[in-house]
Design a protein around this ligand. Structure first.
Ligand code: PEP
Length: 252
């Protein structure tokens, strides 16, 4: 049995006060949703306050990025230990917006991933193809490249601590969702890659979230797919009502 994860990626939205208010309102919703784990990923500035507000509740706090070094001359970056100190338990790595805005490569994803694991954080690693790749029939080729590069050199035991988010880039923030079947096909392919590289037990236990314009209206259909173990939600995670409705997908 894989416990589903519903994670909200707030990107560059919400002040400290807004983040604290949101966490206070989502706590009772998460408390009742015993069938899934709830994670929110505020911007760096709001992490400590959000984690403080979430203390003792079922809401886990994630960062949206991490540096691979423990400390050093890296202006603007944040180290794994600093995230732990702020109260984070999770960290998103390799989001397509970081790959596009900051030229993040699979090699960097791999370094960040290893640093996050060494610090005891749970990485949520994003993979997914752009529209041109899908239209050229290259989705599996891209996923295979991201998988082998991103997860290079990990042991099966390292890998068992990771959550993957399959996010077709053409579906992020566009309102254009992959159909549940399309998402499940790609996720089955990712699970097969995991089986080949790390083993059957690790592949079966791996949680693969879907991300890309998830909303209250489409979450139940996505979650009905056996391959989909939760969602990484952007836009619809910013409002308490829509994020609550997504967390409550089982009661829809
Ligand atoms: C995301 O940011 O990971 C995402 C999937 O965004 P949205 O839900 O807005 O498409």
């Amino acid at each position: 049995m894989r416990t589903p994860v519903i994670a909200g990626n707030w990107k560059m939205y919400k002040t400290i006060a807004e983040a604290v208010d949101f966490v206070a309102k989502i706590k009772p919703v998460a408390e009742k949703a015993t069938y899934c784990q709830v994670v929110v990923a505020p911007p760096f500035t709001a992490l400590a306050a959000a984690a403080q507000a979430a203390k003792g509740s079922k809401v886990a706090v994630s960062a949206q990025d991490v540096h691979w070094d423990k400390e050093g001359a890296h202006t603007g970056d944040v180290a794994p230990g600093m995230l732990l100190e702020a109260g984070c338990t999770h960290v998103i790595i390799g989001h397509s917006e970081r790959r596009a805005d900051h030229g993040e490569t699979d090699v960097l994803v791999n370094r960040k991933l290893k640093a996050a694991l060494a610090a005891g954080l749970t990485p949520i690693v994003c993979v997914g193809e752009i529209l041109a790749d899908r239209e050229a029939g290259k989705t599996e080729e891209v996923l295979e490249r991201q998988f082998s590069g991103g997860f290079a050199g990990l042991t099966p035991s390292d890998f068992s601590r990771i959550i993957i988010a399959y996010e077709p880039v053409w579906a992020i923030g566009t309102g254009r969702t992959a159909t549940p079947e399309m998402a499940a096909d790609s996720q089955r392919f990712i699970r097969d890659l995991a089986r080949r590289q790390f083993g059957g037990y690790e592949a079966d236990a791996l949680r693969i979230l879907y991300g890309g314009s998830v909303k209250p209206e489409n979450i139940a259909g996505l979650m009905a797919q056996e391959e989909i173990d939760g969602a990484l939600v952007g836009g619809a995670s910013l409002k308490v009502d829509s994020f609550s409705a997504i967390i409550n997908y089982l009661r829809a």
